[in-house]
Design a protein around this ligand. Structure first.
Ligand code: AMP
Ligand code: ZN
Length: 114
């Protein structure tokens, strides 16, 4: 999508610190990290939000979640723990409308979130 920040990162029009890539996914470090690990996992195909995920997208969502766990394992935080989050729309705090899974870890995270 022409005016989408994450589509531009996927197209290499905007630089990012990329940590994983395959045919369907890209993962890169968040520019404003909320912990020692803060990685965004995004599908290469533009999907605006979790509200726009269709039944046919189950596979890509599953890959995103499994990739988050794999990156957590690489970072050595699987056992200590981590959080994955899909912020959705205004009350969820979504600011970029290309679906992304936050992987945050490397410190103790409080609950409930603000
Ligand atoms: P959300 O608020 O859930 O939509 O998350 C958007 C995330 O994208 C925020 O955590 C931002 O820090 C992050 N972000 C914004 N611009 C960039 C960028 N150019 N590169 C990497 N992360 C970004
Ligand atoms: Zn996009």
């Amino acid at each position: 999508m022409a005016d989408c920040l994450f589509c531009k990162i996927i197209a290499r029009q905007i630089p990012a610190s990329i940590v994983y890539e395959d045919d369907r996914l890209l993962a890169f470090n968040d520019i404003n990290p909320q912990g020692p690990t803060h990685v965004l996992i995004v599908p290469k195909r533009h999907i605006a939000s979790l509200n726009d995920v269709a039944a046919g997208d189950d596979h890509i969502v599953g890959e995103m979640v499994r990739r988050a766990a794999a990156i957590a394992k690489e970072r050595g935080i699987s056992a200590s723990g981590f959080r994955v989050v899909f912020n959705t729309n205004r009350d969820g705090g979504q600011t970029v409308f290309h679906i992304h899974l936050h992987l945050i870890g490397g410190r103790s995270l409080s609950w409930p979130p603000g």
